[in-house]
Design a protein around this ligand. Structure first.
Ligand SMILES: *Cc1c(COP(=O)(O)O)cnc(C)c1O
Length: 393
């Protein structure tokens, strides 16, 4: 079984590039050039220098003693929360801006929901002195003011989008519209393993630094270079793709992914795309999509803004369909409990997204010798309001 992208841009039935005619040339250019760039010595040198000196990599692999005792296994946390800008997203934006420069692009656009990807993009645009426009639903602009202010301070233009429900999917449509108007000079930095081919593969490769590090870190600590379980949360799928990348074909390693159950998978307020989605096209690729009978995209819901997406990357649609990965839905209340538990047992306040990965621990049964690596995708600073509102201290 091969879980990597095929030459046409598919993972099994999922993926491809469903884009307007006007973008064909620039997407084809990217398809033809991204591997050459990513594999060039010059790119690798600059990417790894920035990952280490700017983003703070390698991120630690931390043996969580008290959590291990609680769950009866050997639990390690991959600490992406310690990266510059507070999550794994910086790995991807550093990589994509270096690709953009090498393809001669002079302007960057991005979409953002909660603002985390917008901040990571505005950060690298400041670093590289590139003009940056970030599309964000007006509803999100209003509820994510600190991130809007950060993007502006970093020099980005934030455009509030007023179509549709004024959230992420509408911001994405607007970014694609901008791209159609400026295909020659503009690079679209997509924030997850979503979008038309080659984005899912490009983003997975950029995030694969996570599993590259896990390999040598776990070898140092456990004397073998693979764990029994890898666990991560899935919104679009980028931190999960990075966590599992170098283990996809290693069947000794079980993969457990958490999606956002919201108020319950069948409650009508959920973002559990793998359970609720049907095949369709979103954001330029064929994947599982939450949609109604008429194929209209349904508004997802999760307490966690980063998991509140009606689609899922084609990589994960394929891993779930082929049963390479087990996908568990973790509800809002379970994620809140898990965040609180990690905070009290280990002194780490995780992002709400990462708390969904932690929430899956309770649904597992481990053997005492099982080595489990769970990615803490981001830190909880941005989620303090939700924590304070929902957890009685
Ligand atoms: C954006 C985000 C996610 C979800 O995105 P993926 O592409 O699925 O990784 C998860 N965790 C954090 C902290 C995020 O900011």
């Amino acid at each position: 079984m091969n879980y990597q992208v095929d030459e046409k841009g598919y993972y099994g039935r999922f993926g491809g590039a469903y884009i307007p005619e006007i973008l064909h040339k620039c997407v084809e250019d990217l398809q033809n050039n991204y591997l050459g760039v990513l594999e060039s010595d010059d790119f690798k040198r600059e990417f790894h220098r920035l990952l280490s000196d700017y983003a703070g990599r390698p991120s630690p692999l931390y043996y969580a003693q008290r959590m291990s005792e609680r769950y009866g296994c050997r639990l390690y946390l991959k600490r992406e929360d310690l990266n510059h800008t507070g999550a794994h997203k910086i790995n991807n934006t550093i990589g994509q801006i270096l690709v953009a420069k090498r393809l001669g692009k002079t302007r960057v656009i991005a979409e953002t929901g909660a603002g985390q990807h917008g901040v990571a993009t505005a950060t690298v645009c400041a670093l590289m002195d590139m003009p940056c426009v970030v599309y964000m639903g007006k509803t999100d602009v209003e509820r994510q003011q600190p991130n809007v202010k950060k993007m502006q301070m970093l020099g980005a233009t934030v455009v509030p989008v007023t179509s549709g429900n004024m959230t992420l999917k509408d911001a994405t449509n607007e970014a694609i519209r901008d791209w159609c108007c400026h295909p020659a000079d503009t690079f679209y930095i997509i924030g997850s393993t979503v979008g038309p081919h080659p984005y899912p593969d490009m983003v997975a490769r950029l995030q694969s630094v996570i599993s590259e590090e896990i390999k040598w870190q776990i070898a140092e600590k456990e004397g073998r270079d693979y764990p029994d379980y890898l666990m991560a949360c899935v919104g679009g799928g980028s931190n999960a793709a990075g966590t599992i990348y170098h283990y996809l074909d290693d069947e000794r390693v079980k993969i457990v992914l958490s999606e956002a159950g919201g108020e319950g998978v069948l409650s009508g307020r959920s973002a559990a795309t793998i359970q609720l989605g049907r095949e369709g096209i979103i954001h330029g690729s064929r994947t599982l999509v939450m949609q109604n009978e008429d194929g209209q995209i349904e508004e997802p819901y999760s307490i966690s803004a980063g998991l509140d997406y009606p689609g899922i990357g084609p990589i994960h649609a394929n891993l779930a369909t082929t049963k390479r990965a087990t996908v568990l839905a973790v509800n809002d209340d379970e994620a809140l409990d898990a965040a609180y538990e990690l905070t009290r047992l280990e002194g780490i306040i995780p992002a709400l997204e990462s708390a969904h990965a932690l929430g899956a621990l309770k649904k597992m049964s481990f053997k005492p010798d099982d080595v489990v690596v769970l990615t803490v995708s981001g830190r909880g600073d941005k989620d303090m309001e939700a924590y304070l509102k929902n957890i009685s201290l």
